[in-house]
Design a protein around this ligand. Sequence first.
Ligand code: ADP
Length: 261
Amino acid sequence: LKVTAVPVMRRGALFDGTVLVINDVTRLRNLERTRRDFVSSVSHELRTPLASIKGYTETLLEGAMNDPENATAFLNIIHQEAEQLTALVNDVLDLSRIESGKIAYSFEPVDVKPQLEKTAALFEPAAARKGVRIELNAPEGLPAVLADRSYFDIVVRNLIDNAIKYVDAESGRVRVSAYATGDSVSIEVADNGIGIPQADLDRIFERFYRVDKARSRELGGTGLGLSIVKHIVLAHKGKVEVRSRINRGTTFTVTLPVAGA
Ligand code: ADP
């Protein structure tokens, strides 16, 4: 608490009392701390791929370049780390924009089924490369949800992208479904992948929280996808839930209000 005392004087400079102004600065201070933590996490996350790029470049310059096989392997790693940096910078920018609360969402009725079909189709090539099957399961005649189409798409993309990342190659299955629940529509992305330990379930929506940091990074993850999802869903007055069993799979459910409800 910040307390300011202001003496109140009557005309003729007679002391008449004191006004106490009490400001609750807890929220402000917490915001400041969150911002500082964010900057420090981002710096840390940037450092890892940068260190690797520096290391491999130096090795190449010191002579590894003369061995074409090694050189190609090192250049591939450098390229992959640069991709990781790009993903990180994009996610950080997205998240800070979304978190600032300054986004002007253009809410409109969004027809869920065709939207899911379009997004799922975008992932077909990546899924096929890994031998993963994507299945879509949405009835005709679902009510439209009130959403910003492009942010709705970011949510679904993040969930499908994760599902593909965290299933095994060849036996992986991802099921995207939608169903009406009263005044809302639920969109479910379910996979038969590695699952999330019960103890981590509460934390996966925090920025940079990953169950297995090395694995996430190797798969091109930034640890920000689910924070982005959570913020967008909350801005839509919806909710996001997760159920998971180790080695059985994970199901994320996003529930959004129906347009006009
Ligand atoms: P990342 O970029 O690391 O995937 P996210 O914020 O999207 O970051 O997810 C946070 C963490 O939650 C992941 O690192 C992973 O440990 C876990 N996770 C998310 N989705 C799944 C899933 N479908 N199956 C298993 N684990 C998941």
